[in-house]
Write a protein that binds this ligand. Structure first.
Ligand SMILES: O=C(O)CCC(=O)C(=O)O
Length: 182
């Protein structure tokens, strides 16, 4: 789906079979880390748990290697290179979230790229809006769904997973990115 300004998004529901079992394996096998971040004059907890696998790092589950290969094959034309890094986020409940941002650390700030996200666990709202304002696009990826952001998306649009007042169960998001994009 074209978003405008050269950005696009693909949502493929039910892309991954075995999402429930993978959730259970990752929830226990991954060394989840709480991070803290400076915000103005305070240091605050990042409201989700994280683990990042750089290019060449051993991944915590063989299914992640398979998914990375399948996504590289599927998006080779748009990507022009391989997905290499794997970021994992664990949203423990509806109070965990990520604020509006683009993946602009590295090449995503100046060049087109592709970021592929597979969701496991509880569905959560995934919002997108043009940088500088405009209507918000709403998605709600559930377990096994694949959401891919491409083209200029990381520099012309922002995305967020807002807090939810509904009693949301835990969600894991798996992000596949090419080297040098974060
Ligand atoms: O949880 C998600 O699906 C989004 C994660 C994200 O935007 C990020 O970690 O940069």
């Amino acid at each position: 789906m074209a978003l405008g300004s050269g950005a696009w998004v693909d949502l493929r529901t039910g892309w991954l079979a075995g999402a429930g079992a993978l959730f259970e394996r990752l929830a226990t096998a991954v060394p989840w880390r709480a991070e803290r971040r400076r915000m103005y004059d305070r240091v605050v907890d990042v409201p989700r748990l994280l683990c990042f696998y750089a290019s060449g790092d051993a991944l915590p589950d063989p299914l992640l290697d398979e998914m990375r290969r399948a996504l590289t094959d599927a998006y080779r034309d748009e990507l022009g290179e391989a997905f290499t890094t794997v970021g994992l986020c664990l949203y423990r409940d509806g109070a965990d979230s990520v604020a509006w941002h683009g993946d602009t650390i590295g090449r995503g700030s100046t060049r087109d790229t592709v970021v592929a996200i597979v969701s496991l666990g509880a569905p959560r709202r995934f919002l997108m809006r043009p940088c500088g304002g405009g209507p918000v696009r709403r998605f709600e990826p559930g377990p096994g769904d694949l959401l891919v952001m491409g083209g200029s998306c990381q520099r012309t649009w922002e995305h967020a997973v807002p807090k939810s007042s509904r009693a949301a169960g835990p969600r894991i998001s798996i992000q596949f990115r090419p080297a040098g994009v974060r």
